[in-house]
Ligand binder design. Structure first.
Ligand code: GLC
Ligand code: CA
Length: 560
């Protein structure tokens, strides 16, 4: 039986906003804070409880705000601190909490700390970052940055290299330095005092590095893999416990760690029920693991993933966390392709049905669900006809490395990979209506709008009672009304079946049976035949005994 301690963030549904692509209020082609404030009615109507705001801090935008030059100021393109305060207040009036993105594994190279740090070896800020002497006149080791190329950059001023796990404009902070931790914790306290409701912590599993900095395994013939030496490092739990003692425990806030490379066993520590570290973490096993097996190089691939592989991963996490730690649930975010294109079917006849099916499959599970902007109207991947269409530094650098410099992937093949997995798929402008540029901007959008905006947009969705939007609205309402969806124990069903993802939840003498057909064909499913219960939700109005129709999803509540 469920013995979970209650918390508001366990009962909440989170909506992620990528501000650059959400709504532009002043016609410069870039989404902004006033654009968000103007759409709070829409989000309240959807019914979400929390907004996770991707970074809005001052930034030169090498990685769209994940490179921060001032943690206590707002990005010029997004507005001012007054705009932020107004948005926060308005959100609270709409019963929506705001969770900030906290990017503290690295800063921008334009942050004042780094500007100082690179000046001289004895600068007071030198040890805020990770500096190493050259090895045989070259990089200190063979690590590849997550955005291609070496993870080290040579700095003329002092003749040393600094570490950047991401772009060269994102130098890694040195968490071993207690002054760095003081600065970060002070800054977090400052935001908490402002009244924000929590933090999503960017690659927080990477803040403690293997002090030996050993070479990594060379997988693509060029550079070594840094992941084993930067993810879940020796002091990461110690640092998070310190953060918890000094900041988090003083406020009733939600925290979620983006935990690259996290295993189930590690997650139980990060998100332990004693609450000594974080509320929950994001893992990447179902998004990375389910698709990489047949990939070309690294994350670049395009084959269709198998439901049974995804199910095996998600079920393992559902069962493994039970009673020990809280989990998060997501298909989409700003780093992933669109789920309806990736795990569903974005052909016109199946798009709506499969989007609803995937939503059911995820939202009836245990954990806090996250919806990424546009997911609630079934937005799809876009198409890249040339590298000129791409804006993301990850894509641009990978193209340079694998296509231009090393001729390891032909251009057409790489663009096909981008269509399937590029992050820019998630970053095309939010589709509000069928007017020019999807109602996102009156100017020229910073990234092209997905050409399907005339059919897929919020205006259409709001006018159609059968839309994906109203289905999400219902899923959210059901979660708010039925504690079994939040706290019920999860049990897998039909695990031998290749096409139907089924499970049950149980709590207080009630059982919720969920089954989802992941294919465009009818599939056998006997689960509902003998059940005399209440159907909570389905994407079909009529059912047939013994089967699930193409992409059919059903959830039925029964008394035990
Ligand atoms: C995280 C963010 C991603 C960013 C990276 C570096 O993975 O989600 O968007 O590029 O960290 O900050
Ligand atoms: Ca703008």
């Amino acid at each position: 039986m469920a013995t979970e301690t209650k918390a508001w963030w366990k009962e909440a549904v989170v909506y992620q906003i990528y501000p650059r692509s959400f709504a532009d209020s002043n016609g410069d082609g870039i989404g902004d804070l006033n654009g968000i404030t103007a759409h709070l009615d829409y989000l309240e109507k959807l019914g979400i409880d929390v907004i996770w705001l991707s970074p809005v801090y001052k930034s030169p935008n090498d990685d769209n705000g994940y490179d921060i030059s001032d943690y206590r100021d707002i990005m010029t393109e997004f507005g001012t601190m007054e705009d932020f305060d107004r948005m926060l207040k308005a959100a609270h009036e709409h019963h929506i909490r705001i969770v900030m993105d906290l990017v503290v594994n690295h800063t921008s190279d334009e942050h004042a700390w780094f500007v100082e740090s690179r000046k001289s070896k004895d600068n007071p800020y030198r040890d805020y970052y990770i500096w190493k002497e050259p090895r045989d006149g070259k990089e200190p080791n063979n690590w590849q940055s997550c955005f291609s190329g070496p993870a080290w950059k040579f700095d003329e001023a002092t003749g040393m290299y600094y570490l950047h796990c991401f772009s060269a404009k994102q130098p890694d902070l040195n968490w071993e330095n207690p002054r760095v931790r003081d600065e970060v914790f002070d800054m977090m306290t400052w935001w908490c005092e402002k009244g924000i409701d929590g933090f999503r912590m960017d690659v927080i599993s990477m803040i403690s590095k293997d002090p030996a900095y050993p070479d990594g395994e060379v997988k693509d013939g060029i550079y070594g893999d840094l992941n084993p030496y930067v993810c879940n490092g020796p002091h990461v739990h110690e640092y998070l416990q310190e953060m918890n003692r000094r900041v988090l425990s003083k406020y009733d806030i939600m925290t979620v760690g983006e935990a690259a490379g996290v295993t189930l066993e590690e997650a139980k520590k990060y998100a332990n029920n004693e609450g000594t570290e974080l509320g929950m973490v994001f893992h990447f096993e179902h998004t990375d693991g389910a698709t990489t097996a047949e990939n070309i190089i690294g994350k670049w691939g395009y084959r269709h993933p198998r439901m049974s592989a995804i199910r095996e991963i998600l079920n393992k996490w559902q069962i493994g966390l039970e009673g020990e730690a809280w989990g998060s649930l997501y298909w989409d975010n700003h780093d992933q392709p669109r789920v309806v294109s990736r795990f569903g079917n974005d052909a016109p006849e199946w798009r709506v049905l499969s989007a609803k099916m995937l939503a059911t499959c995820l939202h009836m599970m245990k954990g806090t669900p996250y919806i990424y902007q546009g997911e609630e109207i079934g937005m799809t991947n876009t198409h890249f006809s040339s590298i000129e269409d791409c804006r993301d530094i990850e894509e641009i650098n990978a193209y340079r490395q694998y296509v231009t410099d090393h001729h390891m992937i032909p251009e057409e093949e790489m663009l096909k990979c981008f269509d399937a997995v590029a992050r820019d798929n998630a970053r095309t402008p939010m589709q509000w209506d069928s007017s020019e540029n999807a109602g996102f901007t009156t100017g020229t959008p910073w990234i092209a709008v997905n050409p399907n905006y005339k059919e897929i947009n919020t205006k259409e969705a709001l006018a159609d009672p059968d839309s994906v939007f109203y289905y999400y609205q219902k899923l959210i309402r059901l979660r708010h009304e039925n504690p079994i969806i939040v706290y019920g124990v999860f049990r897998p069903l039909m695990t031998d079946c290749e096409s139907v993802y089924a499970y049950e939840r149980e709590m207080d003498g009630k059982k919720l049976t969920v089954a989802c057909n992941w294919t465009d064909e009818e599939q056998d499913c006997p689960l509902f035949d003998e059940l005399a219960g209440t159907e909570l939700i389905s994407n079909y109005a009529k059912h047939s005994e013994g089967i699930l129709q193409p992409y059919e999803a059903r959830a039925v509540l029964t008394k035990l």
